[in-house]
Ligand binder design. Structure first.
Ligand SMILES: Cc1cc2nc3c(=O)[nH]c(=O)nc-3n(C[C@H](O)[C@H](O)[C@H](O)COP(=O)(O)O)c2cc1C
Length: 256
């Protein structure tokens, strides 16, 4: 494989969940955000909030970024040009998520290149209204994901990924046979188990309607992810409600 500083920085990525007391300077923060902004965008449909309160940070990191899909700001621009939104909110949200996610990951990479570690937090989606209150968000701003950041106080190994052959399909989508699927699962499961990942995080998802037979000796990544998407959030209502409260109406056509 080819290598250089950028590739190595990306290959070195690992989520960091323990942080030193060192506080990143304003210059470091600005650099990270500027590098984030330089990600490609469909319409810069995002805003980033920063909280420097270690006590309110889930991993006691010095920085907590909240990356929001932001239609409010864009609508101010449209109003100045005497335009009104016509595009439906589902389309705007899907494009907005792409803009926001690309920016967020650029920030994480920039942070790592400057010696900082980070970890995404997916719970923002379900705490949107609480976050909106905390940060005084106008309607039409939706907190998508949070990113904690700071100088690492741990150096875990990098976590495995699927084999490239289970990820990159050239020319046509292949017929995936049992063997290919098993191989991909094995690479992930053995990798996470070898690191004692879930034992260290103490993060076994409780089974809702089955008897527990797994211990941290065999509770692997595919077991974890199956428990998550095999038990949680069957009803889209919870998320739709969060979106509606932020004035995003995903299931409706916009009135001209
Ligand atoms: C959208 C998203 C949400 C995530 N949510 C959480 C979270 O709530 N808590 C956490 O500790 N890690 C969270 N992570 C980090 C993943 O667990 C982590 O990226 C994954 O296990 C791969 O490990 P690595 O980042 O160390 O390579 C999240 C990552 C993403 C992209």
């Amino acid at each position: 494989m080819k290598n250089n500083l950028v590739i190595q920085t990306m290959l070195d990525h690992k989520s960091i969940r323990k942080y030193t007391d060192e506080v990143p300077s304003d210059e470091v923060i600005k650099t990270i955000v500027r590098a984030g902004q330089q990600a490609p965008f469909a319409s810069q449909y995002y805003s980033v909030l920063l909280l420097r309160d270690r006590e309110r940070n889930p991993y006691k990191a010095p920085l907590l970024f909240t990356i929001c899909v932001d239609s409010y700001k864009f609508e101010l621009i449209m109003a100045k040009r005497n335009w009104k939104l016509v595009t439906n909110d589902l389309t705007l949200m899907l494009f907005g998520i792409q803009d926001a996610a690309l920016m967020a990951e650029n920030m994480a990479i920039a942070g790592r290149s400057l010696g900082l570690g980070s970890c995404f937090l997916g719970s923002a989606l379900y705490r949107a209204e609480k976050i909106a209150e905390q940060y005084d968000l106008p309607k039409r701003v939706f907190p998508l994901v949070q990113l904690v950041m700071g100088y690492p106080a741990e150096d875990p190994p990098t976590r495995p990924r699927y084999p490239v052959e289970f990820t990159l399909f050239e020319d046509r989508y292949p017929k995936l046979n049992q063997d290919t699927v098993s191989k991909a699962m094995q690479q992930m499961d053995e990798g996470y188990l070898a690191q004692d990942y879930y034992r260290n995080l103490n993060a076994k998802i409780r089974l809702e309607n089955r008897e527990e037979t797994f211990t941290y000796d065999n509770y692997s990544w595919t077991e974890h992810i199956c428990r998550k998407w095999g038990q949680w959030y069957p009803d889209p209502k919870t998320l739709l409600e969060q979106l509606e409260k932020r004035d995003f109406h995903i299931t409706r056509k916009r009135q001209k």
